[in-house]
Design a protein around this ligand. Structure first.
Ligand SMILES: [Zn+2]
Length: 476
């Protein structure tokens, strides 16, 4: 593997960034940072961005007395600011209103149309504007979209263009079986395979009544369905950025489970029709509740990335999101648990250990012989990280019983009581061991808590190690 291309979904600009967006984007950032170490930073390409077309965005813009583009121009930077705040280092922020994107989307559609994968038909059905998709009658709960119970689905009957998904789905099923691409976690793979086996219908890929979108090149009275436009986002930047062809196909695409069908079936159908290679891994994480309740505007419990960073600091927020529950499952973000985990693991755990060792070095006159050996990621940690198991990877630093990590070092110091050691040679030997272990911890923390790792390096890669203000001040 010489390159790693990964993507987050692109976020609708009808909403400002919240912790749900942050959760996926942070996970991608950790993986991107890890692969930059492993493969060299020039071999990693990490994109995120905003989804700016469709009725959903047009409605939100109208509410604010703005044109859709004006509105997108206001909201898209909010995402960039949020990612800067959380220290998320993407390589490219892409927007679907970028004319270079729009041009390639039209070219792709024309190509697929000419190859005979697109035909004209009539669509009728219930459409949820919140989801920007047609719902099956069996999806409706009391006549409403289960994800958007406050927004009435609209019955639509119109001329549309259709993609031959039924025909393509047979190829897709075969490719999944032959592991040409992987859908993770396994339970999601099973859901997708079962749904494909049940048979799928062709899907409409254009809209007659939505003006805010990219025109269908051969029929300007229709716009391209916003999902098709959005999926091609992962493709267009590769094409219009110079020297980026070598990154194709994506190695990892992350998203929440509600949009997995689009990312594991519809997306592949487009690419197969286009005769392009398929993304290698599609990973869908779960949903979360906030203190046991669904996050919603009406409950007023939407958490913004700013709120988390203001309370816990950048790396505090990163740590708490990554360890809240296993990535891939459903879980709960409990704010009271956040504070206790922060105090236990960061303030009293890592922060206390670091200040304890620094103080011992400072008061004993220890001179640190800076090691020139190159550090590596711990193998167990790297394996967990490559499986997107962030909680387990971090747990290895915090909880491992092997001669390494925080728990071990804490025990080692408590048992050996270095402050009682009078033999200078023995004491320095011990301190050297502690300092090297802390530097190893810092090395391994880099993808997860980059600022903390940097602070530790700065403090401990010195001959005369000095006490510094606490890494994680206690909070109440
Ligand atoms: Zn919906």
């Amino acid at each position: 593997m010489k390159k790693f291309y990964l993507t987050t979904p692109i976020y609708y600009v009808n909403n400002v960034p919240h912790v749900g967006h942050a959760y996926t984007t942070l996970a991608a950032d950790v993986i991107a940072r890890y692969y930059r170490f492993k493969l060299g930073k020039e071999n990693v390409f990490f994109i995120t961005g905003t989804d700016e077309h469709g009725a959903n965005v047009a409605q939100a813009a109208a509410k604010h007395d703005k044109s859709p583009k004006e509105y997108a121009d206001i909201v898209a930077p909010r995402f960039m600011e949020a990612w800067k705040l959380l220290n998320i280092r993407y390589d490219f922020f892409h927007r679907t209103t970028d004319p270079r994107h729009e041009k390639i989307v039209q070219e792709v559609l024309s190509k697929i149309y000419k190859k005979g994968y697109i035909y004209e038909g009539i669509y009728e059905g219930w459409y949820c504007i919140g989801c920007e998709k047609f719902l099956n009658i069996t999806d409706l709960v009391d006549g409403k979209c289960p994800l958007h119970p406050t927004r009435e689905p609209v019955f639509q009957k119109e001329k549309n263009y259709f993609l031959k998904l039924k025909e393509l789905s047979k190829i897709i099923l075969k490719k999944i079986k032959e592991k040409e691409y992987v859908i993770l976690p396994l339970k999601r793979h099973n859901e997708i395979v079962n749904r494909l086996k049940q048979g799928v219908d062709d899907i409409s890929i254009s809209r007659a009544g939505v003006s805010w979108g990219i025109p269908v090149p051969w029929d300007p009275n229709q716009t391209i369905y916003v999902w098709i436009d959005a999926l091609l986002f992962y493709y267009t930047s590769i094409k219009f950025l110079s020297n980026h062809n070598r990154f194709w196909p994506p190695d990892l695409q992350l998203m929440a489970k509600d949009i997995l069908w689009f990312h594991s079936v519809i997306w592949q159908a487009i690419l197969i029709a286009l005769n392009e290679k398929l993304p290698k891994t599609i990973f869908a994480h779960g949903f979360f509740t906030i203190d046991g309740q669904k996050m919603s505007k009406s409950l007023g419990n939407i958490i913004s990335p700013e709120q988390l960073v203001n309370k816990y600091g950048v790396d505090g927020a990163r740590y708490l999101l990554l360890t809240a529950y296993e990535f891939g499952n459903d879980g709960d973000l409990s704010l009271s648990k956040f504070t206790s985990s922060y105090n236990a693991d960061l303030a009293n755990g890592l922060g206390n250990l670091v200040s304890r060792v620094a103080k011992l070095c400072e008061t004993s006159g220890f001179v640190h012989e800076i090691s020139r050996r190159s550090r590596k990621f711990n193998k167990t940690l790297a394996t967990s990280l490559e499986k997107f198991n962030f909680d387990k990877a971090l747990g290895y630093i915090w909880k491992s019983d092997i001669n390494w990590g925080l728990k071990w070092l804490d025990q080692e110091i408590n048992e050996n009581k270095p402050w009682q050691i009078t033999d200078k040679k023995l004491l320095y030997l011990k301190l050297n061991l502690y300092v090297e272990n802390i530097l190893d911890i810092a090395y391994n923390l880099q993808p997860f808590l980059p600022q903390t790792a940097e602070k530790i390096f700065k403090q401990f890669e010195e001959h005369n190690i000095k006490s510094q203000p606490p890494l994680f001040p206690r909070i109440s």
